[in-house]
Design a protein around this ligand. Structure first.
Ligand code: 2AL
Length: 266
């Protein structure tokens, strides 16, 4: 099976790490292709970043459909564009926050999310509510680390995350930790060993969930809400994203990432 893991930010070093961690847990017969969109923010640290990461992400999903991918992972903890991606894809599309929160709620009576900047805490609470796991979510803790600082060699990132994890266990009374950023994926095992409690990373959780759904031949329901977008002509900068009648053809959103009228404009 072929799973496309889309890091919706444009930082390729982070995409490479996400791809390595995804491959480490994937079954022998699973091909993982990790990509970043051709346009969008270098990191996603708020609602505005998230909104403008979505067009590039959707172009990657549409391109994946033309290349026969069986399923997709959206590797950003805000799960940007998740439901829109499901309209475009035939196979399952899994967001890393929904994967991590659901798996955490299956192995522990409660979890705390440990994330990056304080301003993203509200987004995580919002997702816990959306996925129906609010009663499991004890707290959302910020490390106040910018996303791209997570990978800076010699940074205090791991220590700061571990400190928040320990506070989650002792102060919040949480039984498990959900890592609140795709950029933390490579730290998951060391943090779990250090704190002695389950730590759920959304990237690896989402890969295994996507694999399971594909194995079970469970694809995205196409009868109603997640049916392909209604064909219509969009205007202005988003004109290249105009949904055309299925099947995906030239000029559809699959080609939007290559559209000159979008790249290079503010
Ligand atoms: C993220 C993430 O997973 N990727 C990114 O760019 N921002 N999440 C976060 N809480 O900052």
């Amino acid at each position: 099976m072929k799973i496309k893991v889309v890091n919706p930010n444009t930082t390729l070093s982070m995409t490479a790490t996400i791809g390595e961690c995804a491959r480490r847990v994937a079954a022998p017969g699973t091909q993982i292709v990790a990509v970043s969109p051709a346009m969008g923010p270098p990191s996603i640290e708020g609602w505005y970043d998230e909104a403008l990461a979505v067009p590039g992400l959707l172009a990657e999903i549409a391109d994946g459909e033309r290349h026969g991918f069986d399923g997709y992972v959206i590797a950003c903890f805000g799960d940007p564009g998740l439901y829109a991606a499901r309209e475009v894809a035939r196979g399952p599309v899994i967001g890393i926050a929904e994967a991590a929160m659901h798996l955490a709620s299956m192995i522990a009576p409660s979890f705390t999310v440990v994330t990056t900047l304080g301003r993203t805490c509200g987004m995580a609470w919002h997702l816990a509510e959306r996925y129906g796991v609010l009663r499991f979510c004890k707290n959302v803790r910020a490390t106040d680390l910018p996303v791209l600082d997570l990978a800076v060699p010699g940074s205090r990132a791991r220590r700061m995350i571990v400190d928040e994890c320990r506070a989650a266990l002792s102060v919040d009374g949480a039984d498990a930790i959900v890592l609140g950023c795709a950029g933390m994926t490579d730290l998951c095992d060391e943090i779990a060993d250090e704190i002695g409690a389950p730590v759920v990373d959304g990237v690896t959780a989402a890969v295994k969930l996507a694999e399971s759904l594909i194995t079970l031949r469970l694809a995205t329901a196409k009868r109603g809400e997640y049916a392909r977008p209604i064909p219509k002509q969009y205007s202005g900068l988003v004109a290249p994203f105009s949904p055309l009648a299925a099947p995906v053809v030239r000029g559809d959103i699959a080609n939007a990432s290559k559209a000159p009228q979008i790249t290079g404009r503010p």
